[in-house]
Design a protein around this ligand. Structure first.
Ligand code: SF4
Ligand code: MG
Length: 460
């Protein structure tokens, strides 16, 4: 998901819509904006893209007020229905609270059970709703203290943006798994998942919200609280590999430069003789550029992407995913015919994309097809907000690399090593005692307890 918040601007909702448009890659299933005009909260939510829901001046005009928050949804928990669209909103003694969440909680079931016993009535199946109820039942007086009280009871990944009648609040979980940053446009402060959302509205990047930090923006400016003390954080390394937009800067690294560096590492680790390097568009493009430059092999667009189809992975069902892949890519026959090609993509999840693309290259007459992947094998599910399937459905959860090569039909297959990936993000190597990043989908080492999983296992 993607989140955005703006405080103290006369066109808050219009800016939120633009910011969400820049964050569209983080979720395409649904979107929503809440605004506050000093008296009332206003909202608009819809299924689908930001441009389809927030392009009319009528809609934006109804979202009155100087502060607004918004959300783009990428479903990981909860069905694709309107009641699961964020931001969520509730009225408390202190007034209204709208909240938008990126990430995934890992102890929702236990917390939810306790809350239901206490009489809370849930209206959605989103994990985010437990946060709202925890705020509601908290015995603390101020909104901030109630939010902090709620945070102490939840585990997992959360980058939150919340709006009250007099403040905008940003929160990052102690591991800082998902991104969140602070920007500024004249006297107006802005929170967004990624810095590309500041660029679109001409705002300046100020800094990342730190892991475990709560920032409170109100008419007095910005305050920071660290309820969990100083945290080193374990940012999701897959944001660098795939999820974030290449023009974003996260934790002082350009996502684009990291991707190119991964490509270069991949070429050094797993070079192969070939005539051209072909990216699987769009996600494989930056790493292909890095690979081609390092290997000194021509970079060619051997696959053309139809831009009017969303990210296939984000479509919820397997049937649509299959269909989507065919709709999205086509071989550029004149460039690949008779050539030995190195295909570069960011990841293999189920193997659907790779298999189709390799096949497509062969049908287009490629002489050899070598697949290079700019992440280590995805062998473990993510519980922090990326919708990877269970281990049984992950190609690398079932097969070794040789078997995977055979499955996708490539002449050779290689992945970046864990240390190569760490070098590309600027670390000498992975600190195995205390890893610098979350890399659990590659290593199986999760940075938090997985209570929901433990509960499920003990139920079976
Ligand atoms: Fe990111 Fe993988 Fe960790 Fe999920 S498990 S947060 S995708 S690194
Ligand atoms: Mg892709």
């Amino acid at each position: 998901c993607g989140v955005f918040g703006i405080f103290g601007h006369k066109e808050a909702a219009a800016h939120a819509a633009l910011g969400l448009h820049a964050l569209q890659h983080r979720g395409q299933e649904a979107c929503g904006i809440f605004s506050y005009d000093g008296q009332q909260f206003h909202s608009h939510k819809g299924m689908g893209l930001v441009g389809d829901n927030f392009s009319s001046t009528d809609v934006i005009g109804q979202l009155k007020g100087n502060s607004a928050i918004g959300h783009v949804r990428y479903a990981t928990t909860g069905g694709t229905v309107l009641r699961n669209v964020q931001p969520l909103f509730a009225e408390f003694e202190f007034g209204g609270l709208a909240i938008a969440h990126n990430g995934n909680l890992t102890n929702t079931q236990a917390v939810r059970r306790t809350l239901v016993r206490r009489g809370c009535i849930f209206q959605s199946d989103m994990d985010t709703e437990v946060i709202v109820h925890l705020v509601a039942v908290s015995l603390y007086a101020t909104v901030e203290d109630r939010i902090i009280d709620a945070l102490r009871q939840i585990e997992g990944a959360y980058s939150l943006v919340a709006m009250t009648k007099d403040s905008l609040i940003g929160v990052r979980d102690p591991n800082g798994v998902r991104p969140l940053c602070l920007g500024r446009l004249d006297d107006t402060y802005i929170l967004a998942s990624e810095s590309c959302a500041f660029d679109i509205i001409g705002a300046d990047f100020v800094r990342d919200v730190e892991p475990g930090e709560v920032v409170i923006i109100d008419s007095n400016g910005v305050r920071s609280i660290k309820p969990f003390g100083e945290q080193k954080g374990r940012f999701c390394v897959f944001e660098y590999i795939y999820f974030a937009r290449p023009d974003s800067i996260i934790e002082n690294r350009s996502v684009y430069e990291v991707r190119k560096a991964i490509g270069a590492e991949l070429a050094r680790e797993n070079g192969v003789e070939a005539d051209m390097v072909v990216p699987v568009p769009d996600s494989g493009v930056p790493s292909s550029i890095g690979y081609a430059a390092e290997a000194n092999i021509a970079f060619e667009l051997g696959i053309i992407r139809n831009h009017y189809v969303g990210r296939t992975f984000i479509e919820p069902t397997q049937e649509i995913r299959h269909l989507g892949v065919r709709m999205k890519h086509n071989a550029n026959i004149s460039s690949v015919k008779g050539k030995r090609i190195i295909l570069v993509d960011d990841s293999i999840v189920r193997g659907t994309t790779s298999k189709k693309i390799v096949d497509m290259m062969r049908q287009a007459g490629a002489a050899e097809v070598h697949m290079r992947i700019s992440s280590p094998p995805t062998a473990w599910p993510c519980f922090y907000g990326i919708d990877t399937p269970k281990r049984e459905k992950l190609l690398a959860g079932q097969y070794n690399i040789e078997e995977m090569a055979e499955h996708i039909g490539a002449d050779s297959l290689a992945f970046i090593s864990i240390d190569g990936m760490y070098r590309a993000v600027g670390e000498a190597k992975r600190n195995n005692d205390d890893p610098q990043f979350c890399d659990a989908c590659f290593t199986g080492e999760y940075p938090t307890r997985l209570q929901d999983e433990e509960d499920l296992a003990s139920d079976e």
